[in-house]
Design a protein around this ligand. Structure first.
Ligand SMILES: Cc1cc2nc3c(=O)[nH]c(=O)nc-3n(C[C@H](O)[C@H](O)[C@H](O)COP(=O)(O)OP(=O)(O)OC[C@H]3O[C@@H](n4cnc5c(N)ncnc54)[C@H](O)[C@@H]3O)c2cc1C
Length: 461
């Protein structure tokens, strides 16, 4: 493991434009906390809708220093695996609404890059969802039925021979080609930040919001060298939302990892059929995903989630030799023809896990606006989320504020040790579930469906 770099591979593919920290007090209409996709899409759509509005973004580290700059770059539907849950809890209309909005975001991100000269290596090649055991095959068949039921798409299951022509792994038993794109995540977030700055929104890097409190009807965001007074705040800190007491129980931070190989030679590349260069993901609960980078490395991501101690988000967990070992093992099993291919980079990032796996946007009791809970699929969903946050700030009731991301009741995690135990139990259950035969939907027994169908007490625009 020592030869592996724990630096982010994508950070080597672009040069960032550094920005000054906030130095002194300031005031604005809206202060956005966090410069990943969520905060930056919110800033972009808000400024587009209200050019006269003064908006400021404060970022603890650097733009794209969080998950937005290091992820696997699959621009996909959040609704893939959560479609089952959404259909069960919220019914066909709400589930279909989310699915269609996020599908639109997949395409709009590509258009945004083209229109703004962002070379994010966006490639609308679709994603192959593959099965490597019979249980996963059954899951894919169910997924086809559900997509039909929600009226969102029609798929055809490719058999083993057809699937292996598209991705030459002998372990593949079947596949679905679903819509989705691949991109360079870091270039997207840097490009988006450039556009936001050109719109007139300052982004202050190395400016952590230490406290965010409401005083006399205004928000006070305290940072090391100055205080921002704002009419509204948007909390966009992903797996770090828990540092703010009001958001602590709404999401759970978990760690997930990815590895990148050295560039393949033409001879190595030729050993495995992958003519469409699509993203490939298996159909386990803790799915593993593969893609080629433009310089012909293989990026291998996903697998188990990790929780450490009391929701520990310390950056030292970016390195996790156990996770890297398991990822390497699953890579060798999936691609036995690449036994001699070596990994050069490996690191991890924080996923903001929502209790229902469905992203959450809304307002807290004290009127703090938040967006989080992408549960590992945030590139496309955060684009839809930016429109939701815009409309929440502007107090407009629109098709975006009516999406299930906002208008459904979402259970919270328990605070403290019980919440940690609950999280660990859930991860254990998913892990075991991946090894057992397909069971009937357990929600029928465990989830009070009527609870989810109610509108939340907060979260209305
Ligand atoms: C290994 C891995 C692979 C993934 N792969 C994919 C994928 O292929 N496709 C997909 O759709 N999604 C993927 N994701 C998820 C995706 O990256 C996230 O959902 C998305 O980036 C979330 O964006 P964000 O802006 O909410 O969060 P982030 O990008 O994490 O941004 C939050 C920002 O807030 C800042 N911040 C935190 N605290 C403070 C504070 N107090 N003050 C100021 N700023 C603060 C942080 O520094 C950070 O920059 C992956 C995630 C991981 C970890």
């Amino acid at each position: 493991m020592d030869r592996l770099s724990t630096d982010t591979y994508w950070h080597e593919t672009a040069t960032a434009q550094p920005a000054e920290p906030l130095d002194g007090d300031a005031s604005c209409d809206v202060c956005i906390i966090g410069a990943g996709y969520t905060g930056l899409w919110a800033a972009h759509f808000l400024k587009q809708a209200e050019p006269g509005m003064s908006i400021m973004v404060v970022e603890a580290g650097t733009v794209g220093g969080g998950a937005s700059g290091m992820n696997a770059g699959f621009v996909q539907m959040t609704a893939g695996k959560v479609l089952r849950r959404m259909l069960w809890y919220y019914g066909k209309e709400k589930a279909g609404g989310v699915y269609k909005s996020v599908a639109r975001s997949v395409l709009e991100i590509g258009r945004f890059c083209r229109q703004n000269g962002i070379d994010a290596q966006y490639q609308n090649s679709g994603i192959l969802q593959v099965a490597t055991d019979t249980k996963q095959l059954a899951r894919l068949e169910l997924q086809i039925k559900r997509a039909r039921k929600a009226g969102v798409a029609s798929f055809r299951l490719l058999d083993a021979a057809e699937a292996q022509e598209r991705i030459g792994s002998p372990t593949v038993l079947g596949a679905l080609k679903v819509s989705g794109a691949l991109l360079n995540p870091y270039r997207l977030v840097l490009g988006l930040a450039r556009v936001v700055r050109e719109q007139g929104v300052p982004i202050h890097e190395h400016t952590p919001a230490e406290t965010v409190e409401k005083v006399d009807g205004k928000w006070r965001v305290s940072t090391p060298k100055g205080t921002v007074i704002a009419d509204q705040v948007v909390m966009a800190t992903n797996g770090l939302q828990g540092q703010f007491p009001e958001l602590h129980a709404r999401q759970m931070p978990v760690w997930n990892y990815l590895m990148v190989t050295e560039p393949l030679t033409d001879e190595q590349l030729g050993r495995v059929a992958w003519p469409g260069r699509e993203g490939v993901a298996n159909s386990l609960s803790f799915s593993t995903a593969a893609r080629l980078t433009p310089d012909n490395r293989v990026l291998w991501a996903g697998g188990l989630w990790y929780m450490f101690g009391n929701r520990d988000t310390d950056v030292r967990h970016r390195r996790n030799d156990e996770a890297f070992g398991k990822l390497e093992q699953s890579f060798r099993a999936f691609f036995p023809h690449w036994r001699d291919v070596r990994f050069s980079h490996a690191n991890g990032g924080l996923i903001s896990w929502s209790h229902t796996f469905i992203p959450q946007f809304g307002r807290t009791e004290s009127d703090m606006i938040y967006g989080h809970g992408y549960t590992g699929s945030g590139i496309a969903a955060s684009h839809t989320g930016g429109k939701i946050l815009r409309d929440l700030v502007l107090r407009r009731q629109t098709e975006f504020t009516d999406l299930a991301f906002v208008t459904v009741n979402q259970p919270k995690f328990l605070p403290g040790a019980w919440g940690n135990k609950g999280g660990e139990f859930f991860i254990w259950r998913q892990r075991i579930g991946d090894r057992l035969p397909l069971l009937l939907p357990y929600q029928a027994a465990l989830a009070p469906k009527r609870f989810f169908a109610r509108r939340p007490a907060q979260g209305r625009p």
